[in-house]
Design a protein around this ligand. Sequence first.
Ligand code: NI
Length: 476
Amino acid sequence: MRAHTLIPSALLLLGSLTLTAACSHGSGTPGPTPEAQPGPPSTASRTVDPSKIKGLEIVNDSSEQSSCPFAVSYPDVPGAEAMTAAMKKDVDQRLDTFRSNRCGSGSASGGEFNVSHRFLVASGDVLGVRLTTLDGSGAGNGQSAKSYWYDGKDGAYRQALDLIADGSRDAFSAALKKRLRGHEGVDPTYLDDAFADATHLAGLLDDLSFTTDGGLRVEFEPGTVGGTAAGSFVVSFTKAAITPWLSPFGKRAQKQTERPSDGLDLGATSTPSAAVPTHTASADDDTDCTKVKCIALTFDDGPAAPETATLLDHLARYKARTTFFVVGQNMAAHPALVRAEAKAGHEIGNHTWNHPDLTKLTPEQVAYQLRRTSAAIKAATGKAPTLFRPPYGAINTKVKAATTLAPVLWDIDTEDWKYRDSAKVAQTVIAKARRNSVVLMHDIHPTSVAAVPQILRTLTAEGFHFVTVSHLRATL
Ligand code: NI
């Protein structure tokens, strides 16, 4: 039950919606919710450290081309395969639609497609994840969010509405309608239609999450209970008001949000922990690029397990140094891999938190995307980055003015995200390699990582030295 709308991508921010209209909040006090302001997610929601989730992998897919700008990211947690499958189905369907509308020949102009994730709960036997989707193609759904749940006790994927007991859904719906009715921006016709069909209720109420004080937050996306221009609406229930309506699973999810247990156990048969290489740079790089042929390989969108670890092994074998432009939400899952990159003598650059087109954001949003990621890099490696790569190479004077980081583009594009063909990726780099080139690749794709040994072997034989971007710039 999603409206067919186009929302400016400037509204994209992690889990926080600038369009959120003032609606009932807390015990019914009217006024703007914390989500009404651009910026970080509400402090009322639980902060989960994903690096503590054993065996976690982040499913990533993205392009680096402004003619087909997309980036999707969602977690794959061992034991919760049914939930991963539900996210994959939703994301793939929307991405396919976006790509066929936006990226084909004669494609229409339009915005980007972005799916970012945030953990709501990851402890005890409860996993909750919220995906925020922005579809700026004009053919998609505009902006929306959905929460996905996994019940480790029963070994089952749960939809958001499953937090509410079957027998309490009528009362819950009636309470929501009552809170929304008469509110500015809520259209009575939309409202009655939205709640008229009980079979569509799970689609309408697909974004439920608990607050740290045990309350429940329900978000209605644009176009569901009011016109699209009215934006989204948030209704919050206090713990006392919502608890009698919760299902047994809902009560466990509420408890894990309020007072998380140590660790997550979904009953997975195996949770292999990803290998983290321990290569250590022997000394500073003294390569003089005025005297020898240098080239800077760059790897974007990671880190990814296990691909980044494999790549670090390849690079160590040839004593090659490179630059990694990491994405914050991936780094949150695998900080140890970024630490390993830095320890091996590679440079870490900033590639934003969730890969938006920065030219579509406000200066404050640009600053937030970069600042949050730089802080995560500094926390993992002890050193703040000095470089950033704008997703899709999209940059303008406004973006440059919003940060002190220096932008890095590229002159050799392997288009490895498109081809997924190791031989083709290796051939492209080898054929186009010139002195002082900056090469764009992505370490989230196994095919790109597999192309690296041949690139290193061939170009080393041709006399190339592999250096970081900062080293190349400093010695030219
Ligand atoms: Ni990228």
